[in-house]
Each structure stands twice: as C-alpha cells, then as structure tokens.
Design a protein around this ligand. Structure first.
Ligand code: PXG
Ligand code: PLP
Length: 441
C-alpha cells in the first residue's frame, strides 16, 4: 500500500460520494497542498484540476487566509450562533452583500451548500406563510440539478442516482434539463433551449401558481457535468416567476465568487434571483461555510410581525452558522479576490480555457464538450451498459499522470484554479487528451 495507513484505519472511514471498495483497494491519499498542487502520500505533485471540489479557486494555503484563520482561533475559537453574535459575522455579511446583485442584501449563514439549499427552500415556504399565503408550498427544481444531499435538496435535485435509495422526499416538480443535441460542442452559452423555460408555465398551470413557493436552479448546472444556461433561458424563468408570484432561487454554490468570470452567475448571465445560495469558494474551501442571501423584502416580511421582539422570527439555524473561523476565512478570501483582481484574471483566462478544452473535440469517445468561465465538462460515450466506467478510468489514468479531475456519471469535469497559468491549463487539457486517446477501445 502506498500509505502509512493501516487496513483498520482505512476500514473505519466510510467515505462520502466515493466508491469505497475500489478506493480502499487502491487508496489515493493527499497529504499536503500548495498553490495549484497537491502532494500525495508517495510525495508526487498532482495538479489540482478541480480547485479541490470547486472550492479553492485562489489556490491552496493562501497566506492571507491561513493567517486570518490562525489569528482568529487564538482570539475567539467559537461563539454561540444563537442569540449572541461576534463582529466578523456582521462584517462578512456586509462584505458578501457587496458582491451580490443589488437588492440581495440580507445574509443567513450555514455550513455547506446542502444546508444552504434546504435553508433557502424553508425560507421560501416560511415567507409565503408570513405573507398570508400559506398554501404556496410546492417546490420546483430541474433535471440534472444538484442542490446537495439533504432531504429538501435531493427532492428538488435532478440527479436520479442521488435520490434512488432514499425514499420519499418533499413534493417537487422538475423542469427538463437543457442538454440538447443541437447544443453539443457549444462554446459558452448554447444558442438553443430558451423555450424550455416555458415548461414552468405548464407546471404552474398544473398545480396553480397559488400553490407554488419557489423554483430553484443552478445558473450553470455544475455537478451533473457543467451545463451553461441557453441564451435567454434564465431571463425567461425570471419573467415567468415574476408574473406568477413564485420565488426564483439561484443555487450559486459553484458559480459565485469568480468561477464564471464575474462576481456571481447572476452577474455573468444578467438575471437577478430573489434568493441565492452560496458555499465553497466563499472561504476558498479553507473552512466550511454556506449562506443564503435574500432580497430585503423577503427578510423584512419575517421581521414585520406583531409578536413581542424577544420572539424568534424564524426557527432555523445551525450550531456552526457564521463560525468565527469560517468568517475569518471568508473575509480574507474576499480580500484576496479583490486585492489581486482575480475575477478579471478569470475572465481573461476563460478564452484560453475554452480554446484548450474544445481542442479535445476529436479525441476518442468525446460526445460533447461544454464550458463557461473556468468550468468545463465533457460527456463521454459509454462502454455498453457501463455508463460510469470510462470517466472513472480516464480520471484514474490522469491521477497516475499527476492531474486531479472530477468524474461523475458519464462526465469528466475541469475547474482549474483561478490562479493557474496558461501553461498549466494546457498541460491539464493535453493530459486529458492523452488519457482519452489511450482509453480508445
Ligand atoms: N448546490 C450546488 C449547486 C452544488 O454544486 C451543493 C449545493 C452542495 O454543497 P455541499 O457543500 O453540501 O457539498 C453543491 C456541491 C462536483 C461536485 O463534482 C459538486 C459539488 C459537491 C461535490 C462535487 O461537481 N457541489
Ligand atoms: N442533533 C442533535 C441531538 C443536536 O443537539 C443538534 C444541535 O444541537 C443537532 C442535531 C443539529 O446540529 P447542527 O446545529 O450542527 O446542524
């Protein structure tokens, strides 16, 4: 075995979203990271082609972020999240609103994207109830959508495998996904499919809009394999939601804080939701954190009550909401994002990334390639009856070559660090091309 770990240690850890049996037969252990590279247990340097899990766009072990966390833990390690506050929670909330589209200016903290999704869905239902329309409870998601793994999130989520074995969830409808054959190999936003948003009109007719609370979509669907929105699609969803008094939630757990070459997916695609969920990049992955950012009118609806002011307006929250270490990491991450003009850099690198990834179009087994900002996805032709196998084999070959990428379903995903060089992006894509070619059978 390539590591110092004992079999009993390997056995004890039930790993998340991992093929545990395969992993424990052939472990891939990461022991350190710096900049755009991991070090594995054999001492090899491995390029981080997905920025952790879309978390570490600024690279690993960013000095200013590490220092902020270290200083925070020496000052205030934990502060009770309920009924008491610490300064950095308020500072970070205000800083986040500065990154948000206008009117999204109230921040509810949690610890992950999954919690952010469930929090947003609960806020949507609570809002309509407080607004005197308690029958508006139904939720709408989209096929291929990923909103984390909690019950609300998997209910509106659209990845069948993530739902299959867990039984009843929350009642939800799903829009069709936007992956059309006409759009294969589109560069950036595809031309076809804006009309797919009109399915929302049919769902609203079926249930009547008076029973529907919210629609949740990722502006760019990430986990399912990187699907940028067709031109005009998000605007149509926005218009239908506005016309029918249905809240629009953007799940920006991957999009927000730079990946799209803009502050948010909302900014990149020019459509403003009523609520946004964030996580991952907000702390550059260094400490877990998520949040829901809402329009002031949604927040104010909860505050507008005749109850005495010592009564809770919303019974919801997490022990670790606005954890001091996460807030310190968040403030430092936003500082670096601004100080180093990172978003402009992403915008500049996006064109090179687009050219690079589309150069793989003629490699064996490539069915489709998609990209936006520094996010890219390839769909690979399956082995007969084994849709999951080829991406796994390709990713393992890349790991052996010194490149980490994400594989899931029949896709391979690339999300290089914002700070990666042109050469590093070329090397990553070239290595992927070689792995696809050597996988040709
Ligand atoms: N919403 C979206 C849009 C996400 O991308 C979550 C919610 C859940 O976040 P947490 O922090 O609970 O995991 C996510 C997470 C991938 C990949 O390979 C993507 C995610 C997680 C792991 C892998 O694309 N996204
Ligand atoms: N379960 C039990 C028994 C608890 O006491 C708590 C929190 O106090 C939770 C679950 C929720 O944990 P968290 O707030 O970290 O989500």
């Amino acid at each position: 075995m390539a590591t110092e770990l004992t079999q009993s240690q390997l056995d004890a850890y039930w790993m998340p979203f991992t093929a545990n049996r395969q992993f424990k037969r052939d472990p891939r252990i990461i022991t350190a990271a710096d900049g755009c590279y991991f070090t594995d247990a054999e001492g090899r340097k491995v390029f981080d082609g997905l920025s952790g899990l879309w978390t570490c766009g600024l690279g690993h072990k960013v000095e200013a972020i590490s220092r902020a966390i270290a200083e925070q833990v020496k000052t205030l390690d934990y502060s009770p999240a309920f009924q008491y506050g610490h300064p950095k929670a308020f500072e970070l909330a205000e800083r986040i609103t500065e990154f948000m589209p206008e009117h999204l200016n109230r921040v509810f903290f949690c610890d992950s994207g999954s919690e952010a999704a469930d929090t947003a869905l609960k806020i949507a239902r609570g809002y309509w109830r407080k607004a005197g329309r308690p029958e508006k409870t139904r939720l709408v998601g989209r096929a291929k959508g990923y909103h984390g793994v909690n019950f609300g999130g998997i209910s509106v989520g659209g990845i069948g495998a993530n739902r299959a074995i867990f039984g009843e969830g929350v009642a939800a409808d799903h829009l069709r996904h936007t992956w059309l054959t006409d759009n294969y190999f589109s560069r950036g936003q595809p031309d076809h499919g804006a009309e797919l948003a009109d399915e929302l009109v049919e769902i609203l007719m079926l249930h009547d809009a008076s029973n529907v609370a919210a629609v949740i979509v990722e502006p760019l669907a990430g986990s399912a394999g990187v699907f940028p929105p067709p031109k005009g699609y998000l605007q149509r969803l926005r218009d239908i939601c506005t016309a029918n008094d249905v809240l629009l939630i953007f799940d920006e757990v991957i999009c927000a804080f730079g990946r799209m070459g803009a502050r948010t997916g909302s900014e990149a695609f020019g459509v403003v939701p009523d609520m946004m969920t964030i996580a991952k990049q907000v702390t550059n992955g260094a400490v877990p954190m998520g949040a829901v950012i809402v329009k002031q009118s949604i927040h104010d609806c909860f505050m507008d009550t005749d109850a005495p002011d010592y009564v809770l307006e919303m019974p919801h929250g997490y022990t670790y909401s606005a954890h001091p270490l996460a807030c310190a990491a968040g403030l430092a991450s936003l500082d670096v994002l601004e100080r180093d003009a990172v978003i402009e850099r992403v915008r500049e690198m996006s064109a090179a990334f687009e050219d690079a990834i589309h150069s793989l179009a003629n490699c064996p087994h490539v069915l489709d390639i998609r990209n936006y900002g520094l996010a890219g996805g390839l769909t690979l032709e399956s082995y007969p009856g084994e849709p999951l196998r080829r991406p796994f084999e390709v990713a393992m070959d890349l790991w052996n070559k010194g490149f980490y990428v994400r594989y899931g379903g029949d896709t391979v995903q690339l999300g290089p660090p914002f700070v990666a060089s042109r050469d590093e992006i070329s090397s990553l894509v070239d290595a992927l091309g070689e792995s696809l070619t050597s996988n040709a059978r």
